[in-house]
Design a protein around this ligand. Structure first.
Ligand code: GDP
Length: 208
């Protein structure tokens, strides 16, 4: 695992693009429906138990939350979509803000899209795929809570999702992920390292 992510710290929240940190360096955003396992995945990837709170307070979930890895690199938690207690109009406003961010944020290098392995490719997910395609932004999909399935059905769902994506393999990739079992962390880190232009972790002598 790339231990650089352990130093990630909460930086700031933004309700509008104007409140976001300066648009420089490298950013990777995380998107997913409410309850898709987004907070748990960010915590697992940063090897911290409470970086991203897993509680569902609407006040927090409607903001873009920025996390700092170093002066040049940030992770961004986009508002979870579909939180049941939030009115439709407010959901639409969040979506507008997200589209604004996805369309105009120059330092954004890629989007990690989280889907519960039991319910992939919802309308929300398809919209996110479309919005990133408009800009040519690469997407990496984490099929979360993979521990809910045995290996066979999990692999079948992975192939099924790959088949249903209609973008070139270089633009969209998919993997199995479980924050609970810490499955898929190295694979997800490899994508983040690439997008954030992070140096590769030192390899153990046996791996050389
Ligand atoms: P978010 O709303 O997308 O941020 O989702 P959370 O990270 O808060 O997770 C939503 C629910 O799914 C919580 O009850 C988590 O405990 C559960 N969950 C998250 N990741 C996993 C996982 O890898 N395996 C299992 N079995 N449950 C998970």
């Amino acid at each position: 695992m790339n231990t650089l992510y352990r130093i990630t710290k909460f930086l700031t929240s933004a309700a509008h693009l104007s409140q976001a940190p300066a648009d420089s360096g490298f950013e990777v955003a995380f998107a997913g429906r409410s309850n898709s396992g987004k907070s748990s995945a960010i915590n697992a990837l940063c090897d911290q138990s409470a970086l991203c709170r897993t509680s569902k307070t609407p006040g927090r979930t409607q903001l873009l939350n920025f996390f700092r890895i170093d002066d040049e690199r940030r992770l961004v938690d986009l508002p979870g979509y579909g939180y049941a207690k939030v009115p439709e109009l407010v959901q639409q406003q969040w979506q507008g803000f997200m589209i604004d961010y996805l369309t105009h944020r120059t330092c954004l290098r890629g989007l990690i899209l989280l889907m519960d392995i039991r319910h992939p490719l919802t309308d929300y997910d398809l919209n996110m795929l479309d919005w990133s395609a408009v800009r040519g932004l690469p997407i990496h999909i984490l099929l979360t809570k993979a521990d809910k399935f045995n290996r066979g059905p999990a692999m079948a769902q992975l192939y099924n999702v790959r088949e249903r994506l209609h973008r070139p393999a270089g633009e969209v990739s998919v993997q199995l992920f479980s924050a609970l079992k810490r499955q898929g962390i190295d694979q997800a880190h490899a994508v983040l390292d690439d997008w954030l232009a992070l140096p590769a972790p030192p390899r153990s002598p046996e791996a050389l």
